[in-house]
Write a protein that binds this ligand. Structure first.
Ligand code: PBG
Length: 323
């Protein structure tokens, strides 16, 4: 039956009618807020390229987490900016490291909040790459795995609920799983940045985390934009023991999100990355775009594509709007 019997507009007649027939839903339950932590006390340093986001000391971080928890946001993911960087990323491993200290503070104050930690070396190396380098200046995959495993273990020991390797070294999920199990943390989950593409959308984040590579780029470890290769990456991470897989960035890779959703029965996260956020915020500041409307439209697209979990700098804004 076609027009005039069928009239698609019947079900668009009111907001409640549209709500009733909507095929996806965006819930506060799906949200993870990324937060940046640095040493010190009382520090709340604005991140210029990501208006409304801050580098926070642990005490200030706890305040933000308290607010997120009271809005019903179930989880945060923490990134650390250490006091000092060196070639071996030693700041990533120390018991008194910036993330380890922050995790303890947040879990003390808010034991129910799920604390995820980003596991990577780029914030801790003086050269800004996500792994250790060989003498020749190439990223040394297997040597990096040992450091990542230690880093993940130290986050778990500090009380993290989930560790999230974002480095894109081969074999890291399996290596981290083994380290956690042997270290007595068999119940700590791994959220793997499985299909992480080399992307210009990470630009603002590199200011936030002070992690821009000092030479070269990340294309020898982050992915080129191949769909089948993304599925292999996800498959390998699932085999190695990933509990949650991720596609990142989100908006430019929604085809991958849909294909992963259709193929694998594990929870799927997407990262609505810094560039996706800052572009909208910047245009909104100029009055060129309605930030809140674009936010809903973007996040809805991610849900429709099949995401279960969304890491987004809009988490607090969405939670507020939904409450
Ligand atoms: C690496 C990491 C990056 C992001 C999350 N983890 C940056 C990169 O790979 O260059 C980007 C997140 C964003 O852009 O919001 N530790």
């Amino acid at each position: 039956m076609a027009f005039p019997e069928t009239r698609m507009r019947r079900l668009r007649s009111s907001e409640n009618m549209r709500r009733l027939v909507r095929s996806y839903s965006l819930l506060v339950d799906d949200l993870v807020m990324p937060l940046f932590v640095r040493p010190g006390e009382g520090v709340r340093r604005p991140i210029e390229a990501m208006p409304g986001n801050f580098q926070l000391s642990a005490d200030e971080l706890v305040k933000d987490c308290r607010r997120l928890a009271s809005l019903g946001v179930p989880a945060v993911i923490l990134f650390g900016i250490p006091e000092r960087k060196d070639a071996r990323a030693s700041g990533a491993l120390s018991k008194s490291g910036v993330v380890q200290t922050a995790v303890r503070a947040v879990k003390d104050a808010l034991p129910e909040l799920v604390v995820i930690t980003d596991v990577c070396l780029c914030e801790y190396t003086d050269h800004g790459h996500c792994g250790l380098l060989t003498e020749a200046g190439e990223v040394d995959n297997d040597a990096t795995l040992e450091i990542l495993a230690e880093e993940a273990l130290s986050h778990a020991a500090a009380g993290a609920d989930v560790v999230a390797p974002s480095d894109m070294m081969d074999g890291r999920v399996g290596r981290i799983r083994r380290a956690l199990d042997e270290g007595g943390f068999k119940d700590i989950a791994i959220m793997a940045y499985s299909a992480k593409f080399a992307s210009a959308f990470y630009g603002p984040f590199r200011e936030a985390a002070e992690s821009a590579p000092q030479f070269g780029d990340r294309r020898s470890y982050q992915m080129d934009s191949n769909a089948r290769e993304a599925l292999r990456e996800v498959e390998l991470d699932v085999e190695e023991g990933a509990d949650i897989v991720m596609v990142k960035p989100a908006l430019a890779y929604l085809d991958i999100v849909r294909r992963v959703r259709d193929r694998f029965d594990v929870p799927l996260a997407v990262y609505n990355v810094s560039g996706e956020f800052s572009m909208v915020r910047a245009a909104a500041e100029r009055g060129w775009i309605d930030e809140e409307a674009v936010m809903w439209e973007s996040l809805s697209a991610m849900k429709r594509a099949g995401a279960d979990i969304i890491l987004t700098y809009w988490a607090a804004k969405v939670a507020e709007a939904l409450s």
